[in-house]
Design a binder for this molecule. Structure first.
Ligand SMILES: *[C@@H]1O[C@H](CO)[C@@H](O)[C@H](O)[C@H]1NC(C)=O
Ligand SMILES: *[C@@H]1O[C@H](CO)[C@@H](O)[C@H](O)[C@H]1NC(C)=O
Ligand SMILES: *[C@@H]1O[C@H](CO)[C@@H](O)[C@H](O)[C@H]1NC(C)=O
Ligand SMILES: *[C@@H]1O[C@H](CO)[C@@H](O)[C@H](O)[C@H]1NC(C)=O
Ligand SMILES: [Zn+2]
Length: 432
């Protein structure tokens, strides 16, 4: 599957499907026309209960929280609805006097207007645009290019293959110093539709290699540590989100006896698997799979992390959206044994983010800060002895949700970069 590299300096056009009428381009064959995203504020247990039923009946696509079981009073839920169900939902909300607000009035219009104006020109990889979202084939070409161009700092390898047979590529960043090095693992794109994640992973690599010479902190980091960066964890899902369904979240595996595709790759890990906050229904967005590590992507990364666990000091996983830095546990409310160092690093990371543009992040244990989930990669990494394990929920807090415009890639990645550097520097020091 490693393609020959002779021609990869020229990009092929992205293959997003679009239709054209009256001079306008409609991405994804116009399938989201008239669809809405509605933010709802249930204020009692009764309202939350009823909403869960209504969501289930109308088969809405929940943006936040990630599953119906997490819909609770005093917690907003953002729901993406088809035309028909938005009518039904809005009249229900009005009738029941449940507080709500429309976040996106026409999902198709938002997609067509902001994200991919047909501006994709053939470009040299030397002028890779980090302020655009890129389809998988471009990200792979870019990874080969970085491996070749920065061969003293970047090394590409694959940890395995996805369900659909794609390579699971990882970039190892660091100066080869012969001596024993600690390591950090960074992954992006466990959930397909959270496109800002892969954009950040690419940004991180670019910043690391381009500032190595001039920034003493980065030089120190890459001299002392190996940093593994997996820009797209869920490669099949990410590809699907470009070509078929922009709001796809799960992997693309198919399991016997059910018509629904995919498993939530952040519920499939062997740590309290299929407990609280995960579903055993294959059609749910938080389906934990038929058994732990059923997904080849999860299994491959778990194997790699397990073999390297003595080296790896930090596991960082990038998601969207909520503006939070979360640490274990996800599956229970108890505090982790050595909370203070993990909490201190998270707190400093939040301050580092705020120092750039004033963006406010929350931080804390995932269970109490977001909601209870089981089988998450972060809890798994922590359970294998990786002491600093974090999940980032990047911008925003729902204004654009998963459709964060490309103009916000730069500020989002700039502030996030400060946080990751801050955590990394923390890890290089002793904490106690
Ligand atoms: C939506 O409603 C229209 C009119 O009632 C109906 O014809 C159509 O089949 C419905 N679509 C779906 C997906 O339910
Ligand atoms: C990575 O770069 C090295 C050194 O230039 C090269 O030998 C290797 O083939 C490259 N790997 C890939 C997958 O392109
Ligand atoms: C990390 O953040 C803390 C708190 O803001 C700050 O004191 C420290 O200088 C930061 N470190 C780096 C390397 O940015
Ligand atoms: C947490 O405690 C364990 C056992 O005392 C120790 O091995 C580990 O390094 C500690 N982690 C941190 C982040 O301090
Ligand atoms: Zn996610």
């Amino acid at each position: 599957m490693v393609r020959t590299q002779g021609t990869h300096h020229i990009f092929l056009l992205g293959l997003i499907s679009w239709t054209s009428s009256a001079g306008h381009c409609h991405l994804y064959n116009n399938r989201y026309v008239g669809e809405k995203v509605i933010r709802i504020f249930p204020k009692s247990d009764k309202e939350a209960d009823e909403l869960r039923n209504v969501y289930h009946q109308l088969q809405v696509d929940l943006w936040q929280p990630s599953s119906i079981s997490h819909v609770m009073k005093d917690t907003v839920s953002d729901v993406h609805t088809s035309i028909n169900s938005s009518h039904a939902l809005l009249s229900y909300l009005t009738k029941m006097k449940i507080k709500h607000r429309i976040l996106v009035n026409n999902v198709q219009k938002m997609l067509d207007s902001q994200e991919f104006r047909p501006r994709r020109k053939r470009r040299s990889l030397k002028k890779y645009n980090y302020e655009e979202y890129h389809p998988l084939n471009e990200i792979e070409s870019w990874m080969f290019f970085m491996n070749k161009t920065y061969s003293d700092l970047v090394y590409i390898f694959s940890v395995g293959k996805s369900y659909e047979g794609r390579q699971l590529f990882v970039l190892k960043l660091g100066k080869d110093t012969q001596s024993y090095k600690k390591a950090i693992w960074i992954d992006c794109g466990i959930h397909a539709r959270e496109w800002i994640g892969p954009a950040f992973c690419q940004w991180f690599v670019k910043e690391a290699v381009s500032s190595y010479k001039k920034d003493p902190a980065m030089r120190k980091i890459l001299n002392l540590l190996d940093i593994y960066v997996m820009p797209v964890f869920n490669v099949d899902g990410y590809h699907f989100s470009w070509h078929s369904d922009r709001f796809w979240r799960k992997t693309r595996s198919k399991h016997r006896g059910c018509h629904c595709h995919g498993v939530d790759a952040n519920r499939n890990w062997k740590v309290h698997w299929s407990d609280e906050g995960a579903s055993l229904n294959p059609c749910d967005n938080n389906y934990c799979g038929p058994f732990p590590e059923s997904e080849p992507e999860v299994k491959a990364v778990a194997q790699f992390l397990y073999r390297q666990r003595k080296h790896i000091r930090a596991y960082l996983s990038f998601h969207a959206y909520a503006q939070m830095i979360l640490y274990p546990y996800s599956y229970q409310y108890n505090a982790i044994p050595n909370l203070s160092c993990v909490e201190l690093a998270a707190n400093n990371a939040v301050l580092a983010i705020r120092s750039a543009y004033g963006t406010r992040y929350k931080h804390g244990p995932a269970s109490t800060t977001l909601y209870l989930t089981s089988g998450s990669s972060m809890d798994w990494a922590y359970s294998k002895g990786i002491p600093y394990s974090y999940a980032f929920e990047l911008r925003d807090t729902g204004h654009y949700g998963f459709l964060l415009p490309e103009s916000l890639i730069r500020p989002t990645c700039t502030e996030t970069m400060l946080a990751v550097k801050n955590i990394t520097m923390h890890i290089l020091k002793k904490c106690h």
